[in-house]
Design a protein around this ligand. Structure first.
Ligand SMILES: Cc1cc2nc3c(=O)[nH]c(=O)nc-3n(C[C@H](O)[C@H](O)[C@H](O)COP(=O)(O)OP(=O)(O)OC[C@H]3O[C@@H](n4cnc5c(N)ncnc54)[C@H](O)[C@@H]3O)c2cc1C
Ligand code: FES
Length: 256
């Protein structure tokens, strides 16, 4: 897919919690095709300690309004600088990067945690555009750490799992009863321990499963090899050959 480098204008900024915010970015003309699970490399201006762009998943796309949204968790220098942006500011993106979700299956389960929830909203929208209403399971240690909750409701049946029981079922996502329903595909994005557990479960039950990895990145285009993952098919650049991988190619990775 062709890649672009464009300046977007921040049309809206929504603070979700002390750690998370959403930027709705307006493209200057017609937004090119972007697939769910793909990501952008965001330029961080105004902080002399941040040289590299930061990889952030496409959270949502509105083709009618030519907007692309990002859900960002504040974890360090780059994301703190991004959190200071205001509506009307401009932001340079390199996009769309990586391989997205296939949006296949008639009865999918979308599972995510932390900032891994970001790409699942656009994935749920794309399923809904195909006439499929997915189950979505959102997990976190506590309810406060699940940054978006109501946004999925127009497209999906939403379930929650929290380790302290503050929202939904108490426990890990893979212990949630929704896993007992018959899904023909699992789509997952979140912290590595959650992704490993979901991949192991899907492989044991022989359910088609796509897992998005969030390895640290630099160039974002397959040139620096700093994002390599050890898959069953060899070492793969997560930025170019992922971030979405078939769980069947992650059997070794998911056992570690
Ligand atoms: C394909 C991909 C998609 C992503 N999508 C999103 C998203 O939609 N929303 C979002 O908020 N974040 C996302 N991330 C993570 C995001 O890129 C990092 O949190 C960000 O680069 C950190 O930059 P920083 O300068 O704020 O932190 P730094 O100052 O660089 O680091 C601060 C802390 O964050 C940790 N960190 C840095 N990069 C990552 C990473 N990739 N994963 C986990 N921990 C990291 C560092 O180890 C360190 O402990 C994604 C990452 C990848 C690879
Ligand atoms: S980030 Fe440079 S090769 Fe993936």
């Amino acid at each position: 897919m062709k890649k672009y480098i464009d300046n977007f204008i921040i049309a809206e900024k929504r603070v979700c919690s002390s750690q998370y915010f959403v930027l709705v970015l307006k493209h200057p003309s017609k937004l090119p095709q972007v697939l769910p699970g793909q990501f952008v490399e965001v330029e961080v201006k105004g902080n002399k300690d941040v040289y590299l762009r930061r990889p952030i998943s496409v959270h949502d796309v509105d083709v009618e309004n030519n907007t692309l949204s990002l859900l960002v968790q504040i974890v360090g220098k780059g994301t703190t600088t991004l959190s200071m942006l205001k509506e009307g500011d401009s932001l340079s993106l390199v996009y769309p990067l990586g391989k997205g979700f296939s949006v296949e299956g008639e009865n999918p389960l979308l599972v995510g945690g932390g900032c891994g929830l970001a790409p699942l909203l656009y994935a749920a929208r794309c399923y809904s555009q195909k006439g499929v209403r997915p189950d979505v399971l959102l997990g976190g240690r506590t309810a406060d750490l699940i940054p978006i909750k109501d946004e999925f409701k127009p497209f999906a049946n939403v379930f929650f799992a929290t380790e302290d029981g503050s929202l939904g079922e108490k426990g890990l996502v893979t212990q949630h009863p929704v896993f007992l329903s018959s899904h023909d595909r699992i789509v997952a994005c979140g912290p590595n321990p959650m992704m490993k557990a979901v991949a192991r479960y899907a492989n044991e039950k022989d359910i088609a499963c796509e897992v998005s990895l969030e390895n640290s990145m630099a160039c974002g285009i397959g040139a620096c090899l700093c994002c390599v993952a050890d898959t069953d098919k060899g070492h793969k650049c997560v930025c170019k050959e992922g971030p979405v991988f078939d769980a069947k190619d992650l059997t070794k990775w998911s056992q570690n």
